[in-house]
Design a protein around this ligand. Structure first.
Ligand code: ADP
Ligand code: NA
Length: 327
């Protein structure tokens, strides 16, 4: 029997973070056995914000190697680079003519991003949900793993696909969004009311996959907590809750067990334990990453092969779309 197709993508807009890993990439690895997985490095999306060419070039390769190092098996899954596959931009254009200004205006992420980049509110920033829809629909994906913050994107993808199918017949599979079972939401270590993000202005708030053990320990030791000095999961204890979520995600321990283990101990001990657990989780990833980036030819052979297969699969959908429209 044919496995269901899962599609997911991540932007190489900087180095991969602990949040990206625990919230997304680690699940990508797990899903490889259950599904037919198609993963993309969504580099076309990054230019909605101004990039420095040389930095961007390096980020793309680093992100590709980092994600492979997390355990993406290119023999099992398709892992390609979006900008190398021209059908993405093509379908995005076509679909943009089947997407309403009003529905794009209602995207909360556009409102957030245009507030953050007020000096460059470009049309790409406005229409990028259409590119995202194209990414997914090109591969006739059954399922798209999403974070809670991305529900609106899968909704608009379904709406665009249903509208197109309504006019032309069944061209696109309507994808379902699903929230993976063990997808942790990781908050900034310095402001635990905000998600951990590459773009955090406070460098100590964000742990990167390739941070050295020393840097990781330093960041956890400086993590914001509270004055109660008791390791327990409770409302109002955002900093401690976040550390517990990270610790639980990495060790598999339940919150109850963590509370028991750290009963009577201070935050210092707890932060050290969380830091050490993260260091151990990331150590093999870092080692695999070092090997991969040292062999650029092998890395390139991996993505070239995937790019070619992605182009072949997506061209089937693109060809159908063009024909249906009347080209
Ligand atoms: P970033 O916000 O770091 O730029 P992206 O927007 O590229 O990350 O998101 C890539 C993937 O990583 C998405 O699936 C998103 O849900 C997930 N992700 C990003 N940040 C976090 C976080 N702090 N906690 C959990 N998952 C996250
Ligand atoms: Na983001």
């Amino acid at each position: 029997t044919k496995k269901e197709v899962v599609f997911s993508a991540i932007q190489p807009s900087g180095t991969i973070t602990l949040g990206n890993y625990l919230g997304a990439v680690r699940n990508w690895v797990t899903m490889q056995n259950e599904y037919d997985c198609i993963y993309a490095l969504a580099d076309l999306h990054t230019i909605t914000v101004r990039q420095t060419p040389a930095v961007m070039r390096k980020n793309i390769i680093d992100a590709y190697a980092s994600i492979m190092a997390c355990g993406i098996d290119v023999e099992k899954s398709l892992f390609f680079i979006q900008s190398h596959v021209h059908t993405h931009a093509e379908l995005a254009w076509a679909l943009s003519c089947y997407t309403q200004f009003g529905e794009l205006s209602r995207m909360t992420q556009f409102k957030d991003k245009s507030a953050k980049h007020a000096d460059n509110i470009n049309a790409g920033l406005f229409t990028y949900p259409v590119l995202m829809a194209a990414d997914i629909l090109l591969y006739q994906a059954d399922k798209v793993p999403v974070g809670a913050d991305q529900k609106q994107h899968i909704e608009i993808t379904r709406n665009i696909a249903e509208r197109f199918n309504g006019i032309y017949g069944n061209v696109f599979k309507i994808p379902d969004g699903f929230i993976p079972k063990n997808g942790a939401r990781v908050m900034s270590l310095q402001d635990p009311t905000r998600k951990m993000s590459k773009s955090d202005e406070n460098v100590n708030g964000c742990v990167h996959l390739l941070d050295t053990p020393e840097v990781i320990m330093k960041k956890f030791k400086r993590a914001v907590t509270d004055s109660e000095a008791k390791v327990r999961y409770a409302e109002g204890k955002d900093g401690v809750n976040n550390l517990m979520a990270i610790y639980s995600a990495v060790t598999g321990l339940s919150y109850e067990q963590i509370e028991k283990d750290f009963d009577g101990k201070g935050y210092g001990d707890f932060k050290t334990a969380v830091g050490e657990a993260v260091v151990e989780e990331l150590r093999p990833i870092r080692e695999r990453y070092e090997k991969l980036v040292a062999d650029k030819a092998y890395l390139e052979s991996c993505y070239r092969k995937a790019d070619e297969i992605a182009l072949k699969i997506s061209s089937r959908t693109m060809g159908k779309v063009m024909k249906k429209i009347g080209f």
